[in-house]
Design a protein around this ligand. Sequence first.
Ligand code: FAD
Length: 460
Amino acid sequence: MVRLKTVFSQIKYFLQDLPNLVKFVFFMPDKWDVAPLNPMTKTDTIIVGAGPYGLSLAAHLSHHGISHRIFGEPMDTWRNHMPKGMLLKSDGFASNLSSPNDAYTLGQFCAENKIPYHDTMIPVDLKTFTSYGLAFQKKMVPQLENCQVTEVHPGPNGYKVTLDTGETLMARRVVLAIGITHYPFMPPSLRNMPESIVTHSSKSSDPQHMKGKDVTIIGSGASSIDLGVLLHENGSKTRIITRKAGLRFHEAPKAETSWWEKIRHPSSGIGPGLRSRLCTDFPHLFRLLPEKMRVDIVRRHLGPAAGWPMKARTAGVEVIPYSQVEFASENNGRAVLVLRNKNGNRQEIETDHVICATGYRPDMNRLTFLAPAIREKIATEEGSSALSANFESSVPGLYFLGLSAAVTFGPTMRFVYGADYSVKHLVKHLKATQEKGYSQESVGSRVQQDGLRESLQRIS
Ligand SMILES: Cc1cc2nc3c(=O)[nH]c(=O)nc-3n(C[C@H](O)[C@H](O)[C@H](O)COP(=O)(O)OP(=O)(O)OC[C@H]3O[C@@H](n4cnc5c(N)ncnc54)[C@H](O)[C@@H]3O)c2cc1C
């Protein structure tokens, strides 16, 4: 009797899984373990990078059924290269990753997790934004493969892409959503100093790692001020060296604004102001401006300034204004900086560690994972790739998003806010130019494969 019951339950399991098995045997034999078994899989579009831009693009491509694969560590820049405790400069409403029909906004994430949220009046903290990005990835981009693209070579009808897993695959097009990671900029006077005493701000994600030390920060932008405050609050003695008169901060948002103020200083996703609003709303018009003007606007618009909540917290941070580093050397494991101020006077300071909060500058030569045959053909404007109206570089099938696209499409591309505009535009183009013969295998089939594996295990 017991044996009969067991046989019946096995038959029941078998019947439950029969549709999956039929699908597997007749329709998907070549897709079992696609990645490991077939070293030359073909994909329409590959996305390099899983920050806000890469994740947004993947969410839209899935929605439109465009075959793609996306590679990168999710939200790496935000998790590993920004100081813990930092507040975002951008407002809540301007910090959404882009998804079809606004399927998953920061506001929704905060409501789900009972985190206080307001479009403008509550600053977004780094932890909340990073958690939102990771939740977005799990929900909207489960197909993400957490690995690095190590090489991109020209291939037949597109590109040959190699991953750090050893897999090589072919793709018709490659979108570089690589953000800021390859472009940290250090002033020439500090570039050759040992890393033990001089680093770029992208390496200071833990404000406690300099506890008890004397730290000098170069630059007066948000990164510099945030780091100065956070390091000071975590037990370092901090000073900021700036070429400007002092530190600048954005104005705190007002609960009520008059109609005149709304016209003079309209709200925008990169801060209030008519210029900012023109930049966010008309990136394609921006592209038509002469190159020199675009480069100038991207460099100067918004200028160095920290978010308004930081203003009240800078009291313990020393500021040396109107000065820049002329020369740097090492003395017994400490850095010696020779400063020159605007009157030509020199000052020498000795410090345990120097942090260059001197920003990021696109430079195609730094993208060493691109084969020289590709890099050499990328036409550039001020180090960035010159882009077509479809975000395509001068190398057909190679696209750029984010900071690399700022010289073409304006300062909005330096912010998360620019993801929605650029991704929607790029997806339209990728959809219109996709070729038949590439199936959207990545998400669906992997999920089915996992289901099948489970079914087979249960039956056997
Ligand atoms: C201190 C600081 C504060 C900032 N504050 C704000 C703010 O408040 N609001 C705002 O909108 N913006 C802010 N920014 C700018 C912010 O970095 C960008 O808006 C945002 O990260 C752009 O997203 P992204 O996807 O283009 O780039 P990123 O977030 O940099 O993502 C790019 C990803 O590509 C990955 N990658 C690179 N090469 C490869 C490869 N070969 N293979 C696989 N993956 C690769 C990287 O690991 C990275 O995860 C800030 C920047 C800094 C430094």
